[in-house]
Design a protein around this ligand. Structure first.
Ligand code: FMN
Length: 440
């Protein structure tokens, strides 16, 4: 019986996570290319990964990252992927600010049924003014208020997922009874932001409740994650800082009355793999070479929530006030900016190439060493892989690094179960109505 093992997911973006990944020979070029996503999902499944992750935003501009200018709605895409895969988990982003709990609950539960229990929802509160403008607002909902809304939103969604108990559909041909009404419940939610009667028009899903994922790094975001998230995506660059984050977050989960092991912490990892360290370094150098200033600056501006186009690229990182809209990346940037001799150009190269995630560049052994040191730290429970290009960088990882991790017993040889909860080692939550009945 192996000991503790890593969880791995892949941040799936047609044209690659590197801002110019699509320019590399043989790379996919579009996030509207189903065959590209199918290749990614099939490769992930071959590598026994826990899940593929599909990000989302609710606005588009010509200067955006090529992966987000034009892209499929994640749950629509994942429903198509569900039909062509059998094991890999499917986690997609859905905004709590710009939809209604009933709609979202259906979307994610439908995918759980269609996929046989492989669905997860990355709860985002959507920070950008551009998205706000697409939903009739002149400015985004204030940051902490968005998280207060998100908390109530998730409460409602989870109540809706419980609104049908297991065994509610009888479909008894002899008696003609189709459902057992005693096992289908209105939720009668009447809260500060939402009013929802229920029940949901979908029966309880294979996972009971699909998996809740979160990626906020502000105080409000972390508080929310400690209460609800079963997996947390993070941005980390420094092992000691990541260890502290890990410890504090697990403590926060316990303080919220939950079992810390039921919340997996997965920092982003940008792998660049070669047969040797030199070959990998040459690949990384070629990626840096391809960055074009304009799109890099756009990415940086978007990440920092400030227009960065007016600053001298060969000067130091300016001291920016925290943005009202985006908090998470500031700490990472500040830490990088304090490295001796760091220029703004260095920082935006990091953003453009790796989106500020931890870079693991080298031979399969070197990459596995970095992952092992973070995993055993403990600084994480696994990683969200953020490959520069698809299929190139991701296929390299699955072909070269996964076997090395397996050799070290750090990663599964095969799936032990069929659902995303099985892969992530997450318990099936008790249905509140069944529990209430059992309690009399
Ligand atoms: C791996 C990862 C994936 C993310 N995916 C999305 C996404 O798909 N859509 C989105 O709007 N934000 C996404 N975010 C941003 C976070 O949801 C969050 O808004 C951001 O980290 C700011 O944190 P804060 O809201 O607590 O300030 C992602 C962040 C990370 C680290």
């Amino acid at each position: 019986m192996p000991g503790r093992q890593m969880h791995l997911g892949v941040f799936s973006v047609g044209p690659g996570n590197h801002v110019a990944g699509w320019r590399m020979e043989g790379s996919f070029t579009s996030s509207e290319d189903f065959s590209a996503f199918l290749h990614i999902a099939e490769t992930a499944e071959r590598g026994k990964l826990d899940f593929v992750f599909i990000a989302d935003g609710l606005a588009s501009a010509p200067g955006d990252h090529p992966g987000s200018i034009a892209r499929f709605e994640p749950f629509t895409l994942m429903s198509a992927l569900a039909a062509r895969t059998s094991r890999v988990g499917l986690i997609g982003t859905g905004s709590s600010t710009y939809t209604e709990p009933y709609n979202l609950a259906r979307l994610v539960a439908s995918l759980d049924h269609l996929s046989g229990g492989r669905s997860g929802w990355n709860v985002v509160t959507t920070s950008t003014p551009q998205a706000a403008a697409n939903f009739g607002l002149t400015q985004p909902v204030e940051h902490d208020l968005r998280y207060e809304m998100a908390a109530e939103f998730v409460d409602v969604v989870q109540a809706l997922w419980d609104s049908w108990e297991d065994g509610a559909r009888i479909a008894d041909r002899a008696s003609g009874a189709y459902v057992d009404p005693a096992k289908i419940h209105p939720i009668e939610h009447d809260g500060r932001f939402y009013k929802v009667r229920g029940p949901l028009n979908l029966s309880r899903t294979p996972q009971g409740r699909p998996v809740i994922v979160q990626a906020g790094a502000s105080d409000a975001g972390r508080g929310f994650a400690c209460r609800y998230a079963e997996a947390i995506f993070t941005v980390q660059q420094d092992l000691d800082a990541a260890k502290a984050f890990y410890r504090e977050t697990k403590d926060g989960v316990a303080a919220a009355g939950r079992v810390p092991e039921q919340c997996k912490i997965l920092p982003g990892l940008f792998p660049v793999v070669g047969r040797t360290d030199e070959e990998a370094r040459a690949k990384l150098a070629a990626m840096v070479e391809l960055v074009d200033d304009r799109s890099a600056i756009n990415t940086l501006s978007e990440r920092l929530g400030h227009d960065m186009s007016g600053y001298d690229l060969d000067g130091p990182m300016p001291d920016l006030p925290p943005s009202a809209h985006i908090h998470s990346y500031h700490a990472v940037i500040r830490a990088i900016a304090q490295r001796p001799g760091c220029k703004l150009r260095d920082i935006y190269n990091i953003f453009a190439v790796s989106r500020a995630y931890l870079v693991a560049c080298g031979s399969p052994e070197t990459v596995a060493d970095i992952m092992e040191s973070w995993f055993t730290g403990p600084a994480c429970d696994g990683f969200m892989l953020v490959p520069a290009t698809f299929p190139g960088t991701f296929d390299d990882f699955v072909a070269l690094v996964v076997p090395e991790l397996q050799k070290r017993s750090l990663f599964r040889q095969d799936y032990a179960g069929t659902t995303l909860r099985d892969h992530l080692g997450l318990d099936v939550p008790e249905n509140r109505f069944t529990a209430a009945r059992a309690a009399g």
